[in-house]
Design a protein around this ligand. Structure first.
Ligand code: HEC
Ligand SMILES: [Cu+2]
Length: 350
């Protein structure tokens, strides 16, 4: 401060205070009584106790928070050692199971009549190529491929515009919406290592079999399957072992068993049929009613699952239904137009 020469430092400050005007010290400190020279033993014991329990409470609250965070963390990402699944994964899986169970019903209702109830297709005498085949499931029937086939129809498989496989997705005029297409794909690609519950298509309740147990099914795809390195890869265009496109109109071998069924005055005759297992067979069907909406002969399992869906004869006439081989057991043959007692019979396959 060389601009004010000759003054003492305190005189250079802007406001000079008279030395008597000191700040009252008492304002800034507690009264004398708050600073006892010593504490009584009880008082100091109390202070120690109080601060100890306050620290305990703090410690416990911290523990609770830490525990909660840890439990929630494991709930979210899954407990160690695989004790629980990550929450999102578990939810994903539950949704996947639902999708597969729905897909099963869609398959039974829409696809089984050509690809067979087990997806064995032409390997078991059905008119469409097999889907349940490990080599095909391994690298041919991928989700994206299935989606394309179901969206475009059988034309997508080998480029045949007259392919017997219809278009399924409703984006191209088919009957199934995108969710149903997804469910079907989930079912076709479901792993064979897991069991799923058969559910009623409308009620969604588990179907109870004749033995009182819930009926189940397994996926087709073996997740452990590795193709033989020497095996020829599945070709892009595969319509069964014969190669090329097969029309889905099977013809009966000359020695096939053919049974006769007559529908007259809204009743089947006979109401009992017996055929051999494992061989293609036929029904000579005589339709003698007019003005009743027509008749057909469908084959169903006892739980109502449609196994064979034959075309309806609207007017009186005769046709021969070509029937794929069936496994031994008893089935129901029924007119889908008149599912009444008189148009329901028992088919025994031996
Ligand atoms: C009317 C009979 C019929 C029905 C019903 C049917 N398909 Fe097909 N499907 C075929 C035929 C025939 C082919 C062979 C197409 C071709 O090569 O032209 C085929 C081919 C396929 C293929 C391709 C197979 C391959 O090896 O590339 C898939 C996948 C398929 N069908 C799935 C389904 C699904 C899923 C359903 C039920 C929604 C279904 N099909 C219903 C007759 C049918
Ligand atoms: Cu009928």
């Amino acid at each position: 401060m060389s601009d004010q020469p000759g003054r003492e430092p305190e005189q250079r400050l802007p406001a000079l205070r008279s030395p008597t005007e000191a700040a009252p010290a008492g304002r800034f400190s507690a009264p004398e009584s708050a600073h006892p020279e010593g504490l009584s033993p009880q008082r100091s014991a109390q202070i120690v106790r109080q601060s100890a329990s306050a620290r305990w409470v703090g410690f416990l609250v911290t523990c609770v928070v830490v525990l909660f965070v840890m439990v929630y963390y494991f709930y979210e990402v899954g407990a160690p050692l695989g004790l629980t699944k990550p929450r999102l994964e578990a939810q994903d899986e539950a949704q996947q199971v639902t999708s597969i169970e729905r897909g099963y019903n869609l398959y039974v209702a829409n696809c089984a009549r050509c690809h067979g109830p087990n997806g064995k297709g032409s390997n078991e005498g059905w008119p469409a190529p097999p889907l349940n085949d490990q080599a095909k499931l391994f690298d041919h029937l991928k989700a994206s491929y299935l989606k394309n086939v179901l969206t475009v129809g059988g034309r997508y498989v080998c480029g045949d515009p007259k392919s017997g496989m219809p278009t399924w997705s409703n984006v191209n005029g088919g009957p199934l919406n995108y969710k149903q297409v997804e469910d079907l794909i989930a079912f076709i690609r479901a792993p064979s290592t897991q069991e799923y519950i058969k559910r009623h298509p409308e009620l969604n309740e588990p179907i109870i079999g004749a033995d009182g147990k819930v009926e189940t099914f397994k996926g087709w795809r073996d997740p452990a399957f590795k193709p033989d390195p020497a095996a020829t890869p599945v070709p892009d265009c595969w319509s069964g072992s014969a190669g090329g496109t097969e029309a889905p109109t099977a013809t009966l071998p000359p020695d096939a068993q053919v049974v006769t069924v007559t529908a007259e005055t809204l009743a089947f005759d006979p109401k009992e049929l017996t055929i051999d297992a494992g061989k293609a067979w036929g029904i000579d069907f005589f339709q003698k009613d007019s003005g009743v909406g027509g008749h057909d002969v469908d084959i169903r399992a006892h739980d109502g699952t449609v196994l064979i869906d034959n075309a309806k004869l609207n007017d009186p006439g005769e046709t021969t239904y070509v029937m794929p081989p069936l496994e031994p057991g008893t089935y129901v043959f029924i007119c889908s137009v008149h599912p009444i007692e008189a148009m329901t019979g028992t088919l025994t396959v031996k």
